[in-house]
Design a protein around this ligand. Structure first.
Ligand SMILES: Nc1ncnc2c1ncn2[C@@H]1O[C@H](COP(=O)(O)OS(=O)(=O)O)[C@@H](OP(=O)(O)O)[C@H]1O
Length: 334
């Protein structure tokens, strides 16, 4: 079937729609000093609203697609490297992985940031299968075709204390001159009110958590801390879930351990693509790797701040059965 070329007017429509829409959305200053807009119940930076709209309107999921979802600073970069390596391991030797040269963001594009027109979404039909994409979109904002097709979704989350500190540090590093510095205390307050990129974190987590319970073959829910603690187990679990299980021979050869090492923080921070490349939105790739530790937040947060998040987790997540290892246990983390 011949594809009709879209008119310039149609292509620009989303621009107009998103600009009009943005003008009427509630706003807040986010914890990075940038303006956040409340879109479909979540606080989003302006740049991602147009991206989310395009994704919702123009992305056509394929049954072999893999979507890696997360709220920022939860292990997205790591998961991208792992999933890409697991799925493509038969196409090249691990030493020759395009991951080294293109970086995890280069080989796994972000659906909200890396495509800015309807045309670009249509071009994605030509990509080799399985296509792998990253997204920060909340579960409810995913396009219907993603939910209704056999597309697999892997969600990674992280204990909110470490996620907060990772985000605050990152925001400080990429802050633009016209954006105001937000102190740790004020940023923390905003975080606890849910006013942070794609927050509230509890709603973001719960959307995917519930989907993973209702449709475990479609949505795999992972935690950063668990992946740190037993990486090999989780790589195996990821491979099984994605339909690329390791053979007995591969296991015997220690391939899973090799993949774990290739994608470890220590290896990835030394990739050429990390040292000199760029990540989404032209941000230096090195900004996406900071410490990669569990429990680093305890070096910055007071016991009362930790207590506030613990209470919040209890209040917002307890009924769901979703829990996190916190305070003293976090201190003994990987
Ligand atoms: N390979 C690997 N292993 C372990 N940890 C890793 C890895 N790559 C990135 N990181 C750490 O993940 C944090 C960044 O989170 P994201 O990748 O989700 O950021 S983003 O959403 O893509 O902006 C950020 O955490 P902090 O170090 O605590 O800031 C990164 O250092």
């Amino acid at each position: 079937m011949e594809r009709r070329e879209i008119t310039e007017k149609e292509a620009e429509q989303i621009d107009v729609e998103s600009q009009e829409l943005v003008q009427n959305l509630p706003t807040e200053i986010g914890m990075g000093g940038n303006i956040l807009y409340q879109y479909q119940g979540f606080w989003c930076p302006k740049v991602s609203i147009k991206g989310m709209m395009l994704f919702q309107h123009h992305f056509k999921a394929q049954k072999t697609d893999i979507i890696l979802a997360s709220i920022p600073k939860s292990g997205t970069t790591w998961l991208k490297a792992l999933a890409y390596t697991v799925v493509n391991r038969s196409h090249y030797s691990l030493e020759e992985s395009p991951l080294f040269t293109n970086g995890p963001h280069g080989v796994v594009p972000f659906l909200e940031f890396d495509f800015s027109s309807k045309n670009q979404f249509q071009e994605l039909d030509k990509l080799a299968k399985p296509r792998i994409f990253g997204t920060h979109s909340p579960y409810l904002a995913l396009p219907r075709s993603v939910k209704e097709s056999a597309t697999k979704i892997v969600y990674v989350c992280r204990n909110p204390l470490d996620m907060f500190i990772s985000y605050w540090k990152f925001s400080g590093n990429i802050r633009k001159e016209n954006e105001k510095h937000v102190s740790l205390e004020d940023a923390f307050d905003k975080f606890c009110q849910g006013v942070h990129g794609y927050g509230p974190f509890w709603d973001h987590l719960l959307g995917y958590w519930k989907a993973s319970i209702e449709t475990p073959d479609k949505v795999l829910f992972l935690k950063y801390e668990d992946m740190k603690k037993n990486n090999v187990f989780h790589i195996k679990k990821l491979a099984d879930f994605l339909g690329f299980p390791f053979s007995v021979d591969e296991e015997k050869q220690g391939l899973i351990e090799e993949i774990s090492k290739l994608c470890s923080f220590e290896s990835m921070e030394n990739y050429e693509a990390t040292k000199s490349g760029t990540g989404p939105l032209g941000i230096p790739a090195s900004a996406f790797l900071r410490k990669g530790k569990v429990g680093d937040s305890l070096n910055y947060l007071t016991p009362s701040m930790v207590g506030r998040v613990e209470n919040l987790i209890q209040e917002k997540l307890q009924v769901s059965g979703l829990s996190f290892c916190m305070s003293d246990k976090l201190q003994n983390g990987a």
